[in-house]
Each structure stands twice: as structure tokens, then as C-alpha cells.
Design a protein around this ligand. Structure first.
Ligand SMILES: Cc1ncc(C[n+]2csc(CCOP(=O)(O)OP(=O)(O)O)c2C)c(N)n1
Length: 265
């Protein structure tokens, strides 16, 4: 993230970094920007408020899989739906790391967590696909085993006018690795590396071959209307015009109820 900000040459006073609660969300404590370490699951809600109040700012969110897609799941999908210009850097370590390894929405089916000691019976979220389905204009997925690519994705995400998600696979040897008997920290990295496959190569693989794979690369990069710009236009359009409080749709509904002999509820 710091490399990406440096390459773009952003003024540190024009950047706000927001995080929720979790190991990943400690990031705001280590950087010299405007920072907000907020409540668990609410990082994107705070970031939405910051960006909406001052669209001039570059707003980044650093969050975890639990923070953003469990307790914060609705904020995540609706920020993507609005296509508000914030960049979300999401560390996916497949577990609640900070609180000792409870199951998260991304814990793979069958793998262990403290709250799933016999194996996770649930299906898991594909976070990037969730963001794409909700309407994000930029979605990329990388891994800490390829840090240069990851940093390039973050740079592209910051440059994109619209909601950008960069999902970063990262190990948690302490909670996830230990419970799943994955060996040393380096073995955890190898576990990730063995599973990642670039999106272009993935196109040639069958669904069976892709079953345990983590598809990485730029998954979506499109131009579409951005929320704060649209809102400014809306304000421009209605400014100085008399406000019409008439709601014709409601009258039509009431009229049709009357014709049908029904009653207003
Ligand atoms: C409202 C609320 N519920 C629960 C918690 C406890 N809590 C703190 S961090 C955390 C999980 C963090 O997991 P994740 O977002 O995946 O981040 P990681 O620590 O793995 O980076 C939880 C449940 C809290 N602080 N506030």
C-alpha cells in the first residue's frame, strides 16, 4: 500500500486510511496519514462517510475477512453497489485471527477453527465474486507470496474512480495454520502459493481442476458512474429549483385501490 501511494505521488495529508478491528486493522496505527481505527465491521461505513463528506480525499480501507464480510458484510456489498470511490484492501487469512481463530465466512469447508473443531460444516464466501456481483468497478486478488503484483493491484485500485477491492491472501500460522496442522510459517506460505492460479491460466481449467484453487489477478476493471460524482450532479440539478413534494405514484396507487374497491392500508 505504501509503495502504491508513493508511486502515485499522493500528498499524505489528502489520504485517509480507515480500519475496523482485527490483526489486519492494526495497520492504521503504523502509518502517517489521516487515520481512523474504528469499530469491528464498520470500517467501510466510516470510510463511506469520510469520502462522502470530502470527495477530494483518497480513502483507503484496511480490513480482514471477518471484519469486512461477517459483521461488516452489508456495508461491504452496499459500498460496492453504490460504487463509491474507496479502495478496500482486504487481508483474507480464512479465520478470525485477533480473537484466537474462530470460524470466519471464508474458512474453507471442512477446515478447522476453534468454533469448528471437527471441520467447518459451512460453505465459504468468495469475497471477490461477491464484490463483482454487488457492482464494484475494480476487483483484483493477489497473495502475499507475490508482493509486487499485490502492490500493483493496490496502485490500480487507488487510481480507479469507483469502488475497488484488492483481496490479499495472507497466512495466519498462529490460528489457522496451527489448528489445521499446516506446519511452520513458511509451509503456510507454500500452502497458499501451491493453490494460487492466475486468472488467465484458470480460464483453461475445468471446474473440477479449479476446486481447491485460489484464482488471482485482475478480475474486473470497468468504468462506471461513481457515487460522489453522481450525487454532486444530483445536487446541481435540483439546486435553486422549487421542491415538489407531490408524490404522483402514491396517488395512482390510491386511485387504483379505490377503483378496485380496496382500502388503503
Ligand atoms: C462488535 C464486536 N464484535 C466482536 C469483536 C471481537 N473481535 C475483534 S477482532 C475480531 C475478528 C477479526 O477477524 P478478521 O476481521 O478476520 O481479522 P484478522 O484478525 O484475522 O486480521 C473479533 C470477532 C469486537 N471487537 N467487536
Amino acid at each position: 500500500m505504501l509503495g502504491a501511494i508513493d508511486r502515485i505521488g499522493l500528498d499524505k495529508n489528502k489520504i485517509t486510511v480507515v480500519s475496523g478491528i482485527g490483526c489486519s486493522s492494526r495497520a492504521t496505527g503504523y502509518v502517517d496519514f489521516n487515520t481512523l481505527h474504528t469499530t469491528h465491521g464498520r470500517a467501510i461505513a466510516f470510510a463511506t462517510g469520510v469520502k462522502f463528506a470530502n470527495p477530494e480525499l483518497t480513502v483507503l480501507v484496511v480490513t480482514g475477512d471477518g471484519d469486512a464480510t461477517a459483521i461488516g458484510g452489508n456495508h461491504f456489498i452496499h459500498a460496492a453497489r453504490r460504487n463509491i470511490d474507496i479502495t478496500v484492501i482486504l487481508y483474507n487469512n480464512w479465520i478470525y485471527g485477533m480473537t484466537g481463530g474462530q470460524v470466519s465466512p471464508t474458512t474453507p469447508h471442512g477446515m478447522r477453527a476453534t468454533t469448528a473443531p471437527f471441520g467447518n460444516p459451512e460453505g465459504s464466501f468468495d469475497i471477490s465474486r461477491l464484490a463483482i456481483a454487488a457492482g464494484a468497478s475494480f476487483v483484483a486478488r493477489g497473495s502475499v507470496t507475490s508482493p509486487v503484483k499485490l502492490s500493483q493491484y493496490i496502485e490500480k485500485g487507488i487510481r480507479k474512480k469507483g469502488f475497488a477491492l484488492i483481496e490479499a491472501f495472507t497466512p495466519c500460522p498462529t490460528a489457522f495454520g496451527r489448528q489445521n496442522k499446516m506446519g511452520k510459517a513458511i509451509d503456510n506460505l507454500e500452502w497458499i502459493e501451491e493453490r494460487t492460479v492466475d486468472v488467465k491460466k484458470a480460464a483453461a481449467l475445468s471446474p473440477e481442476e479449479l476446486e481447491d484453487k485460489l484464482v488471482t489477478g485482475i478480475l474486473v476493471d470497468v468504468e462506471k458512474a461513481e457515487y460522489t460524482e453522481l450525487y454532486d450532479k444530483l445536487v446541481e440539478n435540483v439546486r435553486d429549483k422549487p421542491v415538489d413534494l407531490h408524490v404522483p405514484e402514491r396517488e395512482v396507487v390510491l386511485a387504483s385501490i379505490a377503483v378496485a374497491g380496496g382500502e388503503e392500508l
